[in-house]
Write a protein that binds this ligand. Structure first.
Ligand code: DX5
Ligand code: ZN
Length: 216
């Protein structure tokens, strides 16, 4: 296992200054920026579109992962790929045609991610493993920052690694998102997480650089 990557979510940042906020997080040691895109349908909240993603990508030197919590991602993939997002992550729950969506992301020029809600089993990964570059395991129900971390989901991490490795997805990364703090980072890492997404623990802290260092 290489070094763990820390991906701060900008959901809790000043929404009118996201590019500046992302630059500050990069300077604080972030390895990746996690952009939570919500449509007000798949989740109740509405956040940002591809224009904001492009303005962040232009200003930082680290990869941006667009986490699309939207009911119809196929309409948005090209725009987020053109915006320069390194990863575009769609939810498994919104489509009967996941393989097609993942192919669409790669064809558009980004790396293909799939997110799974806490109650979604991961056995389907067997059938799409070669098409996946990243699996985002949700440890909260998506929609809000600052929720309680669901430790019961941790068993999914080694299960996901085993399925990916066995069925042609050995190069795919595992990312964990939701309530990630210094209280669970070590356990998540030992379970096999490659990327730790963390929002409020970093962005509500007085010292984001120290918070990132603690997670690492
Ligand atoms: C939840 C989002 C997460 C969230 C993380 O809907 O996908 O990325 O912003 O924030 P914390 O770390 O506060 O749970
Ligand atoms: Zn997220």
């Amino acid at each position: 296992m290489g070094k763990v990557m820390i991906a701060p979510s900008v959901l809790g940042c000043d929404q009118g200054n996201l590019a500046e906020e992302a630059i500050a997080l990069q300077m604080a040691g972030a390895d990746m920026i996690h952009l939570d895109v919500m449509d007000g349908v798949f989740v109740p909240v509405l956040t940002v579109g591809a224009g904001i993603a492009a303005s962040i990508v232009r200003r930082v030197d680290i990869p941006v992962d667009a986490h699309l919590m939207v009911q119809k991602p196929s309409h948005l993939i090209k725009a987020f790929a053109d915006a320069g997002c390194s990863y575009i992550t769609v939810h498994a729950e919104v489509t009967s045609h996941l393989d097609r969506l993942l192919q669409q992301i790669r064809l558009a020029g980004s790396k293909a991610g799939v997110a799974v809600n806490p109650s979604t089993p991961v056995d389907f990964l067997r059938w799409v493993a070669p098409a996946v570059d990243l699996v985002l395991i949700m440890t909260v129900n998506p929609g809000y920052g600052g929720q309680k971390h669901l430790g019961c989901v941790h068993d999914k991490i080694p299960e996901t690694r085993r399925i990916l490795d066995s069925y042609g997805g050995g190069g795919a990364l595992i990312s964990v998102d939701g309530g990630v703090t210094d209280a669970n980072a070590e356990e998540l890492r030992s379970a096999g997480a490659d990327i730790l997404v963390s929002g409020s623990f970093i962005t509500s802290s007085d010292d984001p650089a120290a918070a990132i260092a603690k997670l690492r």
